[in-house]
Design a protein around this ligand. Sequence first.
Ligand code: DC
Length: 216
Amino acid sequence: MSRPPVIAIDGPAGAGKGTLARRLADYYHLPHLDTGLTYRAVAHMLIAKGWPLGDAPHAVEAARLVDLGSLDKAILSAHAVGEAASKVAVLPEVRKILVDKQRAFAAQPSGAVLDGRDIGTVVCPGATIKLYVTASAEVRARRRLAEIEANDGAGDFATILADIVRRDERDMGRADSPLKPAADAHLLDTSEMDIETAFLAARALVDDALAKGSKA
Ligand code: DC
């Protein structure tokens, strides 16, 4: 019997991996975990209690309390929480606790879709298929600005771009589990693609991997 399918999706902030992960999860009827929300939940707890983000003992306590069933996306999506999450994500003790929870999610009998920064490299190295979704920093900044404007907000392109570049540096530069493509990941550069085109390209790769998996 073939193993349950696990789809691992990694990439930098704003590359479209979240949307792609949700679309693939819907299409293949698989449960989906946005692992960024787990780091955001830790950051949010620290902020709410007024504890410093680099305070490892308190961050560990917060990480233990993270419940995958009650991650509130509306609250955790705030830009400041994402920035803070990127700072707590450098703590190896926090990563270890969250990675254990993420692996338990991936091990469900149904299979699963997980997206984040280290899914293909650390959380699920044996995933059925690994996608590394990327786009140039300029394209990601332009998309983020369009999203803000669509919600009647106002933003400044240069500030958004600088934020994105800084976040990339932190996520790619940390010592523990830095953001990078797994050696066997399929690269999907969405700079020139709309979401529909990216989804169709991802589906073709996943279908191919599933067909190979069922023959194994
Ligand atoms: O994908 P996101 O913006 O919600 O992630 C927020 C931060 O969490 C990101 O900057 C780095 C961290 N993160 C991580 O280190 N590993 C993951 N698997 C997912 C997110």
